[in-house]
Design a protein around this ligand. Structure first.
Ligand SMILES: [Zn+2]
Length: 127
């Protein structure tokens, strides 16, 4: 915990919380607690639906917090499996994105690629 001495405005950082509690209780006019700065809000996760060069629909998710960029190509029914592989900043696929993907998904890619795929482009440096 961080405290400031009111008379001198000198700050002391990372003090044991028990010690701060005693000082603030005994000498409330002498010390003030320095409130921790709130953590910056995580950047929102961006979802989009696009079309690949083979005409396949894909679902993309970009998370700026952990710099991940994921592509999903597969059936709508398998989306929950994909969701489980996503980073902690991500919730389930938003309903409007799911509906957009569902309306554009043709299934044409399944015979082309054999099976639905999940590709992690992060290591390839894609944005
Ligand atoms: Zn993330």
């Amino acid at each position: 915990m961080d405290l400031i001495i009111n008379r001198t405005s000198k700050a002391f950082y990372r003090l044991p919380p028990e010690m701060c509690a005693v000082l603030l209780e005994a000498f409330p006019e002498a010390f003030s607690r320095i409130e921790p700065k709130p953590l910056p809000a995580p950047a929102p996760v961006r979802w989009s639906v696009g079309k690949g060069f083979r005409g396949e629909s894909f679902l993309r998710i970009v998370c700026d917090s952990c710099k991940c960029n994921r592509i999903y190509v597969g059936t709508v029914a398998d989306l929950p499996t994909f969701e489980k592989t996503l980073c902690a900043h991500t919730g389930p696929v938003p309903e409007d994105v799911r509906l957009d993907y569902e309306s554009r998904y043709t299934g044409d890619l399944v015979p082309v690629m054999g099976k639905p795929t999940v590709t992690d482009l992060h290591n390839k440096g894609w944005q």
